[in-house]
Design a protein. Structure first.
Length: 157
């Protein structure tokens, strides 16, 4: 959750002409009430009690998107290829940039499949000092370092 919205005191009202409800319906002319960084109500336009009221005009509001496979610290180098071997401060800065881009695109939750930068980034996002999605992370890389499908089947059976 971007810090300015999370820090908003009282109720913030987002007035929209179109809202996707996450269940397949498109609602028209609605007020979305946000308190303490959470949506608390969706009511017909003009019925919400809150200040400020932000008129989104013809924009469409939709539920936050979830990306279940990201490497939040990965980035491309000047050559357009995946950058490898970056120092930790650079990796954290690239992760912060990626987090900002994700939340700006509507992604509010990500599952990062492991990287040393995940912990510091998730903590900063949780504190509200950086804008970005909620990060669910394994902290370490998820990989099958040993074994093959036959060994896995033997271990499960």
């Amino acid at each position: 959750m971007p810090a300015p919205i999370a820090a908003q005191e009282g109720a913030l009202v987002l007035r929209t002409s179109r809202l996707l409800d996450g269940r397949g319906a498109v609602l028209t002319d609605r007020d979305v009430v946000v308190r303490e960084g959470r949506i608390t109500a969706v009511v017909p336009a003009g019925e919400a009690d809150g200040d400020p009221v932000v008129d989104l005009g013809g924009l469409t509001v939709l539920p936050g998107l979830i990306d279940t496979h990201v490497h939040v610290g990965w980035h491309f180098g000047p050559d357009g290829r995946l950058a490898r071997g970056s120092e930790m401060p650079d990796r954290v800065l690239h992760a912060a940039e990626n987090a900002y881009r994700m939340v700006a695109a509507g992604v509010t939750t990500v599952q990062s499949l492991g990287g040393a930068e995940d912990g510091p980034l998730a903590e900063a996002l949780d504190r509200g000092v950086l804008p970005g999605p909620r990060v669910i992370t394994s902290l370490g890389s998820l990989s099958a370092g040993t074994g093959d499908p036959a060994e896995l089947r033997a271990a499960v059976v």
